[in-house]
Design a protein around this ligand. Sequence first.
Ligand SMILES: Cc1cc2nc3c(=O)[nH]c(=O)nc-3n(C[C@H](O)[C@H](O)[C@H](O)COP(=O)(O)O)c2cc1C
Length: 416
Amino acid sequence: MASASDIPYYTPRQSPPAGTALGDNAPTLFTPLKLRDLTVQNRIWVAPMCTYSAQDGHLTDFHLVHLGAFALRGASLTMIEATSVLANGGITPQDSGLWKDSQIAPIKRVADWVHSQGQHLGIQLGHAGRKASTIAPWLVERGMSAVAGKDIGGWPDDVMGPSAIQWGEGYVKPREMTAQDIQELISGFVDSAKRAIAAGVDVIEIHAAHGYLLCSFLSPISNRRTDKYGGSFENRIRLLIEVIQAVRAVIPQGMPLLVRVSATEWMEESDEPESWDVPQTIELAKLLPGLGVDLLDVSSGGNNEKQQIKLSNNFQVGIAGQIRKALYSAGITNLLIGAVGLITEAEAAKEIVQEKEGTVQMTDEQGGLADANIVLVARQFLREPEWVFRVAYRLGVEVKWPIQYHRGTFLKNSRI
Ligand SMILES: Cc1cc2nc3c(=O)[nH]c(=O)nc-3n(C[C@H](O)[C@H](O)[C@H](O)COP(=O)(O)O)c2cc1C
């Protein structure tokens, strides 16, 4: 049995990789998708999930097992959790980081494993901004936060944001970033992207969601700057655009670049005269293909304590679909869309990416317009790391399992 190449130990070559549909007529969910030089065999990706388990920013064996389990079990791309581009950019002192060279090797170890399975690895690069220097969420009551002091590795004197506006109780009041801070942040993204490439990751996602630094620049509620990075829509998106341009300039032409945004901060019903909302996200999205962004990962919320989210299954999928339709209406067909948020069921996952022939005027790769091209899933993978196999089973799609697990495949007509 041939061994997987480029890995310093024997492991059988997975050909085709786990999660590949074996028959014809698979639903779109189990068909390949190409993003620049990357081809994934299905449309199910593991969304980034902070685990607050890194050591001075270095991934450990925990991450190898945690992330490696998803790749082994057929997720076509697994995204490494939010990884800080600067030493003061972690949500907690235990966040993943890429601000120094020694952090490359443990990521490479994960990348080598993921590649040995024929799968792909992404990394989410970000900076926690005014939500930095807190303690791990499992140390406080659910939904609460507490500041990590210097005594436990925090940096409460060095928390920064677009403006000196505190996120809420349990967070540090940030200092307003200077022009030099902004340049250092952009350099941090560039250097971290280079390190991610050295580590062998296949995809970079820029984190501009959930109230972290880039997200907080987008919102007129958290960004009250009077310089060229605040005020108008063009000014508030400027930092994100500069980061995108700087990162795109240093990564290979064939490497996909993704951006995650909070499409709305769910403050439309507040007293605030203006907030970041879906129409602004659509305007931002229209600019992205021209900047070399390949996929917009559509999340929401996290920038404001008073947000009013209406949670339900698949609750952000409609927003993803709205953005995709608006792009098509504007003649923009080269920005892929990722949907995420409480996607837990096979049928839902299938429907989200299934091109629905005849349902809309516009045509896409297979006829009608689906809400998204990729389904990103977080918590369901924590519950069921083999979720790709379960989804395939429930949809009646025969997929490849890892060779070593061939005796464990779900048996036809069994209860699983
Ligand atoms: C434990 C945990 C950690 C998370 N960490 C991140 C993160 O690092 N970056 C990010 O953009 N979103 C993060 N999220 C949000 C998820 O990526 C995802 O968008 C969200 O959980 C909704 O998807 P789900 O319903 O499939 O879990 C996290 C979610 C969970 C549950």
